[in-house]
Design a protein around this ligand. Sequence first.
Ligand code: MN
Ligand code: MN
Length: 452
Amino acid sequence: MDLKMKPKKVYEIRSEEAVNEYVEDYKIFLGKCKTSRETVLYLADLLEKEGFENFEKIGKTPLDLPKRFYAVYREKMLVAFHLLPDLSCGLNLVSAHVDSPKLDFKPLPVIEKEGFAIAKTHYYGGVKKYQWFGIPLAIRGVIVKTDGTKLNVDLDGEGYTFVIADLPPHLDRRKGEVGEVFKGEDLNVILASVEEKDVKEDALKLKVLKVLNAKYGINEEDLVSAELEVVPAIQPQYVGLDSSMVGGYGQDDRVCAYAAVKALVDAKNPKRSMGIILVDKEEIGSEGNTSARHHFWLKILRNILRSLGGELEIDDVLMQCSMISGDVCAGVNPSYPDVHDLSNAPRLNHGITLMKYTGKGGKYSTNEANAEFVAKLRRLFNEKGIIWQIGELGKVDQGGGGTISKYFAELGMEVIDAGPPLIGMHSPFEIASKYDMYETYMAFSVFLESFE
Ligand code: MN
Ligand code: MN
């Protein structure tokens, strides 16, 4: 018996070819999906191609289980299930969130200032504002007209690039905390610098509105019912001389959303019913009807129970469910190890990180996984050769944060947070180990297919 727990590294065990094949597909996904909507629609399409049926099409008829199907809610949430006829033993579920920190256009974004047309933004989620200055930016999203027409905006896809310009060091004598020096109202995206000809007033603003009108047939008021999101225009890339890491925007938490879908698709012979639940709005505390707090997927399960007949109640099913709440965690950064308790800190390449709890201070605002559940999971992962590590969210009282796990735990499920560690989390270019993202996929697969 090993008395000491020995850290293991994913690359010592996994085949380089299998890892690279997974990561290449993931990079394509991450490069294309920079908003919640784009992520949900891309992954729904992937599920459809893999033979999952759209629940909209089968929802009215009684279900003949087993069945693999998916459902999309407001283009911002995605669930998919593989259901077996007996639901009394619950489901194995993996959840993740599809939103990432970003800058949203204000309702009336376009103004003119000092020879530029600029777009005013309101940041979303945990943004370190200084990181958004001086990098190429993209504008993505939708504009919905009053007649209901929905226009997709993908300006970097059409070759446009934007920027929030910073001060040169020569002129920057601002003093104070970095969080105070870079202000939210300074997150202004430069849209244009040459005005519309022969116009006396607001010639620059009119130039922008004219371009938007030519492209989308819209006016300024249409921007009020738009969701235009400023995101980094940087594409995912391998990082390091050994190309062992992937850098890219939005890996929190699209790395888990992608792994969850791939794992569900690939798990063909589950011991229990299984499913994935992808939600929006995690980065602002899971508020609103597209967040983890809205259980639209429960309605689907209720309908299915009804169509199956029998005595089984939804609450009984939920209390038998087990969930991995897939989310990234903060890995040790070589420049800043001191924010961690290094004996309980997640490290790159050491596999999926089990986070028994997150939260703040004295474990406030978190779900803590029960020891019995952690024991079962540990046994399964060890039996199946999954490389896992444990992690905490930094030193006690150092900071804190929450995930979506508590919203599922309060329904009675067993839930644990787990995912790959990132360095530079919430930055425009987050770094993950390619081995950890593969191991996360492997861990989700084993959990969905074999957890009992
Ligand atoms: Mn996250
Ligand atoms: Mn986050």
